[in-house]
Design a protein around this ligand. Structure first.
Ligand code: CUA
Length: 159
């Protein structure tokens, strides 16, 4: 490297080390990005906000059983409620949430679980959670979305 340049030997060495460490850094970064799947969480699927209410599946928000102990909750977060506003599943059920918004940014937060979803218009957020313990859970909007933000909530019953 650099043998045709008239550089002092130590400068060649340092240049080589500098370039080599840059490549090592890029390789580590690339390996991490691919290996750990570093990408925006969820938000990979999209739907135009103005089509949410009229096109499948969000024109018919519902909880559907898709397997033994497995459910899909297709939901709409809107000013200032959830559709559907009440869900009920047996204890031990795994629920695949898919949720979007036709208006502004909302949230879906279920206290005492790991469900904590940001609902952005134009994006379909997905999250899967297994409800092991029976009880009444609240579905709360935790993104300020306007005058009715405080009353925007739903219920999830695990029986
Ligand atoms: Cu919806 Cu806050």
């Amino acid at each position: 490297m650099f043998s045709n340049m008239h550089l002092p030997r130590y400068e060649r060495i340092w240049l080589t080390i500098g370039i080599a460490s840059l490549f090592i850094f890029l390789i580590i970064l690339g390996t991490l990005a691919i290996g750990l799947g570093l990408q925006p969480p969820g938000h990979m699927k999209t739907v135009p906000p103005e089509q949410v209410r009229t096109s499948a599946p969000f024109n018919n928000p519902a909880l559907v059983q898709i397997g033994p102990n497995e459910y899909k909750a297709t939901m709409v977060a809107q000013m200032f409620s959830y559709l559907p506003g009440e869900l009920e599943v047996p204890a031990g059920s795994t629920v695949h949430f898919e949720i979007t918004s036709p208006d502004v940014v909302h949230g879906l937060y279920i206290p005492n679980t790991n469900v904590n979803i940001m609902v952005i218009p134009g994006h379909i957020a997905e999250y899967t959670y297994t409800f092991k313990h029976a009880g009444d859970y609240l579905m709360l909007c935790h993104e300020y979305c306007g005058a009715g933000h405080q009353v925007m909530m739903g219920k999830l019953k695990v029986v």
